[in-house]
Write a protein that binds this ligand. Structure first.
Ligand code: PHE
Ligand code: FE
Length: 291
């Protein structure tokens, strides 16, 4: 985990502003870097049709993401018209409060670098491909766009109440690794899945992981792994339902969460509505899976 010390970051990025954003300086990306984006983009387009949900694919189709690393000014102009969101460049991970403050103001912070051409499936930190290709298509969807803003506001509140570990699990199992039930079958909307061709296939088709109906409190009690494909995915019935369930006061929920069980990432509990019970035959990698 890199240091998130503001002074140190300022030394490394003299043009960094107080909100941790930097000028994207789009012209500086090399042909090789744009090539990495295009390669990843092509790989994902081979697997996402029929696997990503219609909302993700429709967002993708409306945004200028198919010709190398996007210029955030142009991308934000399109996104702003659709849902009032913008994409802003940051050097890498930012502190939680900074992240929440951006989301609460409908700005999505995206890493201003791209993974190396010789390690397309491995990233230590979210890069511009994960952050933009993975997250921005769903930000073009009005309900999801509102959910992300509400999450930012909720994050600021949870920090104050000491319940961020619970709220972070909600983000992880929805925004990053969520699946949705549709008339055509399970589909992907989570950015961590949708920006990884291998996990896109694994999340839907592999026998190993659990696929469990989403329950807010259950999810907020469940740990997650950041170093490999997920052992459990949680399935929402729809985006309106997700929003309805989360856009209410969490005070009572946070009080309940202060006691009671915490679940392991791969665990199934008696109250679960299990859509698929995983076989767990999958052998974890020794390195981080690309988000
Ligand atoms: N309802 C949450 C609260 O009271 C905020 C929130 C909304 C969190 C939507 C996540 C998603 O703090
Ligand atoms: Fe992400």
């Amino acid at each position: 985990m890199p240091s998130l010390d503001l002074d140190e970051m300022r030394r490394q990025h003299p043009d960094m502003r107080g909100d941790w954003t930097v000028p994207q300086n789009w012209q500086r990306f090399t042909d090789a870097e744009h090539g990495v984006w295009r390669t990843l983009y092509r790989r994902l387009m081979d697997v996402l049709p029929g696997r990503a949900c219609d909302e993700f694919l429709s967002g993708l189709g409306k945004l200028p993401l198919d010709d190398g690393i996007p210029d955030f000014e142009k991308l934000s102009a399109v996104l702003m018209k659709l849902t009032g969101w913008q994409v802003v460049a940051v050097p890498g991970l930012v502190p939680d409060d900074v992240f929440f403050e951006h989301l609460a103001n409908r700005r999505f912070p995206a890493g201003n670098f791209i993974r190396a051409a010789d390690s397309l499936d491995y990233i230590e930190e979210p890069d511009v491909f994960h952050d933009v290709f993975g997250h921005v298509p769903m930000l073009a969807h009005p309900v999801f766009a509102d959910y992300m803003e509400a999450y930012g506001k909720g994050g600021l509140r949870a920090e104050g109440e000491g319940t961020l570990h619970n709220l972070a699990r909600l983000y992880w199992y929805t925004v990053e690794f969520g699946l949705i039930e549709t008339p055509k079958g399970l589909r992907i909307y989570g950015s961590g899945i949708a920006s990884s061709s291998a996990e896109s296939v694994y999340a839907l088709e592999h026998a190993s992981p659990n696929r469990i109906a989403f329950d807010l409190e259950r999810v907020m009690r469940t740990k997650y792994r950041i170093d490999d494909f997920q052992e459990s995915y949680f399935v929402i019935p729809g985006f309106d339902a997700l929003f309805a369930e989360t856009y209410k006061d969490f005070a009572a929920l946070y009080r309940r969460l202060a006691t009671g069980p915490t679940h392991e990432a791969g665990e199934i509990v008696p109250e679960d509505r299990v859509i698929h019970r995983g076989t767990r035959s999958y052998r974890p990698h020794s390195h981080a899976a690309a988000q």
